[in-house]
Design a protein around this ligand. Structure first.
Ligand SMILES: Cc1cc2nc3c(=O)[nH]c(=O)nc-3n(C[C@H](O)[C@H](O)[C@H](O)COP(=O)(O)OP(=O)(O)OC[C@H]3O[C@@H](n4cnc5c(N)ncnc54)[C@H](O)[C@@H]3O)c2cc1C
Length: 306
């Protein structure tokens, strides 16, 4: 049986990535989670999402980049994306990974690139910094603080906190004090028991605890989950605190639980769809399959039948 652990290990393999990118079956599988390969190709999917009442966060796929040339290409793509969003009046912001901006080359490279992007995005576009594996948590939060509270503060940005990490309660309190916008998710990487809770019950209990703190005291938190229990808990806290719908937003991934996405909007909630694009789709798709290995079986069966 293909397990979550195995799929997450495969997500980090360059060799597997090379194989997958040249394999028609793997490419077809990825299409469920990816809106297109180019900026132009995502215009229509984003318009359709906007028409249905969703806002969008566009993510140009790429991570763990160690070539300066590739980093420069990513920065250039985001600069063009900002222009494209504005020119086409899309209701979208962007998400970005600091390892795609060169954090593994040197943190200064990622910090400088982030500053450049935030200046270009300002004042109308918000840039969410995705959270990667726990090896990157400290430096990601440090770079965020540097730009958010620097000499010329760049505040059109926010970060992500993962409820599977044991440290997250402390990080959430620090971010609340800073007045930072936080997206809360469970966490998608393979982590050791030393740094992360290992049972779903612990991860979920921590999610609800952190979500309550963010809804009580945070700045426009993003509740990123497809888990009905987490969503019900969010709605219960919202009612308890008498929060109007514009005080927070739900977020879900492109192609995951579409009916639930639509239902939440029909019920008057805000919903942003995290929408990735680009040809570096392999690690992202593998993490999605790891979240629900049954996806792999379903997709393979339907392709064989087709
Ligand atoms: C908008 C958004 C942004 C994210 N950003 C980050 C980030 O920056 N860093 C990070 O580490 N993680 C990120 N994640 C991923 C997140 O950490 C989880 O891995 C993922 O969302 C699955 O957790 P869950 O809360 O949906 O709950 P789970 O308990 O994993 O899932 C609950 C139910 O949702 C459904 N479901 C969940 N995932 C899938 C899927 N892929 N396909 C089909 N059904 C599914 C299943 O029915 C499942 O039973 C993000 C998730 C979202 C929604």
């Amino acid at each position: 049986m293909i397990t979550r652990t195995l799929l997450l290990q495969m997500a980090g393999s360059r060799q597997m990535e090379h194989f997958a990118r040249h394999n028609r079956l793997a490419t077809a599988l990825a299409q469920r989670f990816i809106a297109g390969e180019t900026i132009e190709q995502v215009t229509e999917p984003v318009r359709q999402l906007n028409t249905k009442g969703f806002t969008v966060s566009l993510d140009f796929l790429g991570e763990s980049v160690t070539s300066e040339e590739e980093v420069a290409g990513t920065v250039d793509t985001y600069l063009r994306l900002f222009q494209h969003i504005r020119a086409n009046e899309l209701n979208a912001n962007v998400s970005i990974k600091l390892t795609a901006l060169g954090m593994d080359i040197h943190p200064d490279v990622a910090r400088n690139n982030l500053q450049r992007l935030l200046k270009a995005a300002s004042p109308d576009l918000f840039v969410r910094i995705d959270m990667e594996s726990s090896a990157h948590t400290d430096i990601t939060l440090q770079i965020f603080r540097d730009v958010f509270t620097g000499e010329t503060p760049l505040t059109n940005t926010g970060v992500v906190i993962q409820s599977y990490l044991r440290r997250s309660a402390t990080d959430v309190e620090d971010l609340i004090k800073l007045g930072a916008r936080v997206r809360l998710c469970k966490g998608a990487y393979q982590e050791s028991a030393a740094v992360a809770f290992s049972t779903k019950a612990e991860v979920d209990a921590n999610y609800v605890k952190l979500m309550r703190r963010l809804l009580e005291s945070g700045v426009y938190p993003a509740i990123a989950t497809h888990d009905k229990n987490m969503i019900e808990a969010a709605l219960q806290i919202k009612n308890e605190l008498k929060l109007p719908p514009e005080r927070f937003e739900f977020q879900m991934l492109y192609g995951v639980r579409r009916e639930l996405q639509e239902q939440l909007v029909r019920d008057g909630n805000r919903m942003r769809i995290y929408t990735p694009f680009g040809d570096h789709w392999y690690p992202y798709t593998m993490r999605r399959l790891a979240e629900k290995p049954a996806n792999l079986r379903l997709a393979l069966t339907s392709m064989v039948r087709g």
